[in-house]
Design a protein around this ligand. Structure first.
Ligand code: GTP
Ligand code: MG
Length: 642
């Protein structure tokens, strides 16, 4: 026997429409499932919260289709619940009762679907049994008129009259659903997984369970996920897709996850699950904002309710330029939310008036990590967003790198900002580096212009320092980096570039302009010779450093610098606070001690003193020096010559 595994395509269908127009009844007629699961819903005969059902269909090409239904409430007071379910749906069933026609929540739900860019839908005229053929025709014309020019224009999408009572039209509707569902392309299962939680509850014997429509990526059993916005790490203990246990859920599936590592109290609707350490919630979002034709003008600093997928929060609207947005227009704006929110570029959202609460607009997330800006920078932010709006991933990476200037864009930041997985970012970055559009500075991406500018500042900073400190012979790398306020990776990259271009010379921890070492005046040069000579001729019986310096004709600060230079070059060696030796003297000492080994391999301090003729005060530091240099080794009170 051979087993053929038929790939099942999952498609999410959401209902929409005015209260009592027959949404829940329609879902039941299609699936056999009553989506009203709350006792109160049954008692009052209305839907209050989201309901779920599923149905398997075969398309004309016998492809297996699994339809997950999200049934929403029509009551105007429960639009917020409707909003929690409508994000992530593939097909909307706009339900309009034939005996009532277009009503307020028909309009509001339709506006919401449009603003969320729900890609396709079917208009269902329910309760067709309650009207005669002429009335049905009139309603159909009214509905066609209402939807003209929209994504539900009757030229591209069917209007199906049904009666749940008699069953008329139900099979036809299933046929339309199957046809439409089979046209939907498969979703990207490799994207960063995101599950907006629309329900959280405890299942006896299992613990906390969350449900939602997996809007992107794949979730696997036993994997770790991060709960946003709390940042809590949780483990996937079990997964169900459409009520069946499975090892993984993929984008587009109605998913229930049994979680470990979290209590039910820590879970609520509106939270989002994603792979750990990839994406992050934010409170500032730059968006394209559309205000509905029938809304009031939306003023700068207005407070609104913001809905995105299952989440809901209050946000302040900050306009970039104008003082208000006229109805029926669209502008770029920033939303500052009162709660942190996990959103990514391209996500759609809805805004509702603060009070009275009605839907007034919506839009698209462009940038969930805008850089801080003042009013003067608003214009450049507007340019950035306008370009970003049209950009593909590669262009977005370039734009986001450019705006970071010399700070560069870390790859993890690129993941967080774009919402694309690291692999994709690396692939785009590689191509951009290869074709010369961006530079790789360690883990950072750097725009060419920014790199050139930073290199220029580096050289001029170095030049300024070296001019001011001619005896320093260069600048400490770390000081220069801090001065320029550059990240480690970017700084080392620039130094390496400038060094290979023979613009600078790096020596240990020091950097200097190429060919620009120490420059000395004639009296400094003389002082240097004097110091060196003083120690050279003294051998091991060295004079006090302060006496040598006092004998010079130059000021203390300059003589100190010359000392530093001599020490750095290794001409002089410092063995104590005031104790300095010439390199040659120490070399002679090493030879002397090594030769001494033939006579006797051990010596105490006394013998060492006699051997080289110095006081105990000098003998000890010299012996310690020899220990460090591994010429001798201390064993108790004596030194063993190695
Ligand atoms: N005659 C007739 N009655 C219907 C039909 N469909 C629904 N109804 C009735 O209309 C009433 C409302 O139906 P629901 O399915 O609860 O309406 P709903 O759109 O889900 O309502 P909310 O969820 O509260 O917005 C119920 O009494 C149904 O029996 C139909 O095709 N024909
Ligand atoms: Mg209902």
């Amino acid at each position: 026997m051979t087993i053929t595994l038929t790939a099942m395509k999952s498609v999410i269908v959401g209902t929409s429409g005015h209260i009592d127009h027959g949404k829940t009844t329609l879902v039941k007629a299609l699936t056999g499932i009553d989506a009203d699961r709350l006792e109160e819903e049954k008692r009052r005969g209305i839907t209050i919260d989201l309901g779920f059902a599923n149905l398997e269909l075969s398309s004309a090409s016998t492809e297996k289709l699994r339809l997950g239904f999200v049934d929403v409430p029509g009551h105007e007071r429960f639009v917020r619940n409707m909003l929690a379910g409508v994000g992530g749906i593939d097909i909307v069933l706009l339900v309009i009762a034939a005996d009532e026609g277009v009503k307020p929540q028909t309009r509001e739900h339709f506006d919401i679907c449009r603003l969320l860019s729900i890609p396709r839908g079917i208009v269902v005229l329910t309760k067709s049994d309650l009207v005669d053929a002429d009335t049905l025709e009139v309603v159909r014309l009214e509905v066609e008129d209402f939807l003209r020019g929209s994504f539900l224009d009757s030229k591209q999408t069917p209007i199906v009259p049904v009666s749940a009572l008699s069953g008329t039209g139900i099979e036809e509707l299933k046929g339309e659903l199957a046809r439409m569902a089979s046209e939907i392309g498969s979703k990207n299962a490799n994207a960063i997984a995101r599950l907006p939680i629309d329900r959280a509850f405890v299942m006896k014997g299992f613990g906390p369970v969350v449900t939602g429509t997996l809007i992107a990526g794949t979730v696997q059993r036993e994997h770790e996920l991060e709960l946003h916005p709390s940042g809590k790490r949780v483990r996937v203990r079990g997964i169900q897709v459409h009520g069946a246990t499975t090892g993984q859920a993929r984008a587009g599936e109605r998913t229930a996850i049994n979680l470990a590592g979290v209590t039910a109290e820590e879970l609520t609707r509106g939270m989002m699950l994603a792979p750990p350490g990839t994406v992050q919630p934010t409170r500032r979002i730059d968006v394209r904002l559309d205000v509905l034709q029938n809304a009031r003008p939306l003023k700068h600093l207005s407070r609104v309710h913001l809905h995105c997928f299952a989440s809901e929060t209050v946000a302040q609207v900050r306009l970039l330029g104008d003082q208000e947005i006229a109805p029926g227009t669209s502008v770029l704006a920033q939303l500052r939310t009162s709660e942190p929110l996990l959103v990514l570029p391209g996500d759609r959202f809805i805004i509702r008036q603060f009070s009275p609460v009605v839907t007034i607009g919506g839009g698209t997330v462009l940038d969930s990590f805008p850089l801080p800006r003042n009013t003067k920078q608003a214009a450049s932010a507007e340019n950035f967003l306008t370009e970003l709006e049209r950009a593909d991933l590669s262009q977005a990476v370039v734009l986001r790198t450019q705006r970071r200037g010399a700070a560069g864009l870390g790859r993890e930041e690129a993941v967080r900002e774009t919402g694309h997985p690291r692999q994709e970012i690396d692939r785009e970055a590689q191509a951009l580096i290869e074709n010369g559009k961006l530079l790789a500075a360690g883990d950072c991406l750097l725009a060419k212009g920014a790199a050139l500018e930073a290199a220029r500042s580096l050289l001029s900073e170095l030049d300024r320092f070296q001019k001011g400190n001619p005896l320093a012979g260069g600048m400490a790398k770390e000081t220069l980096r801090e001065k320029l306020d550059l990240q480690e990776g970017v700084f080392s990259f620039l130094l390496a570039q400038l060094a290979s271009g023979k613009k600078v010379e790096v020596q240990g921890e020091q950097v200097r302009l190429a060919g620009r070492g120490v420059t000395m005046t004639p009296d400094e040069e003389r002082a240097r010779k004097t110091i060196e000579q003083a120690f050279l001729s003294a051998g091991l019986k060295v004079p006090l450093l302060k006496d040598v310096l006092a004998s010079l004709s130059i000021d203390h600060a300059r003589s100190q610098k010359i000392m530093t230079l001599l020490l750095r070059e290794g001409v002089l060696v410092k063995l104590g606070d005031e104790l300095v030796f010439h390199r040659t003297a120490l070399e002679q000492l090493r030879r002397l001690v090594a030769a001494e080994k033939a006579k006797t391999p051990r010596m105490d301090v006394g013998r060492f003193k006699d051997m080289i003729g110095v006081t105990r005060k000098h003998a000890i530091p010299l012996l310690e020096y020899l220990d460090r240099e591994r010429i001798t080794r201390r064993v108790g009170d004596v030194r063993e010559i190695l």
